[in-house]
Design a protein around this ligand. Structure first.
Ligand code: CMP
Length: 141
């Protein structure tokens, strides 16, 4: 089905100056960027976004990392976009990520792992709406 998913280029990848290389991978895979913005997340924005991980031992480090520098947030649209984006990203831990994936190529640790992508239809819906109003999304046929 035609889907939307939420993607974040994390502070480590922005600092490495690979925004364009990552966008190129989305586009080459047939995903369309239908909304996009660069922002420096506040503590509240990062905590709210990752609320489901609040009880996990890595939560504080995750929020500290995600607020350490600018990120680029985008909504991707296309056939099977949620799974396609997860395949492009590779495993959460870059040590386990398949060769040729974004995390294998650009990530250095499980915390500084270059990108985030929604993991289900329900989280995609919540996460796209977390960052974008309807009038900021520009669907393209
Ligand atoms: P992300 O897809 O953004 O979702 C939560 C993030 O927490 C994850 O990517 C990792 O960068 C980070 N993280 C740190 N430690 C862990 C862990 N043990 N398991 C899962 N995610 C972790």
């Amino acid at each position: 089905a035609n889907e939307r998913t939420l993607s974040i280029i994390k502070p480590d990848a922005v600092a490495k100056n690979v925004i364009g290389e990552i966008y190129s991978r989305f586009e080459k895979a047939g995903l369309k960027i239908v909304a996009s913005k660069m922002m420096h997340l506040t503590q509240e924005q990062a905590e709210g976004f990752y609320a489901e991980h609040k009880e996990r031992p890595f939560f504080n480090d995750l929020v500290a990392f995600m607020t350490s520098g600018p990120v680029v947030v985008q909504a991707l649209e296309g056939e099977g976009a949620i799974l396609k984006n997860r395949e492009l990203m590779g495993a959460t831990n870059p040590k386990e990520a398949e060769a040729g994936t974004i995390r294998a190529d650009f990530a250095s640790s499980i915390d500084a792992n270059a990108v985030h992508g929604s993991d289900s239809a329900a989280s995609a819906e919540r996460e796209v709406a977390y960052f974008f109003n309807d009038n900021e999304i520009c669907p393209r046929g």
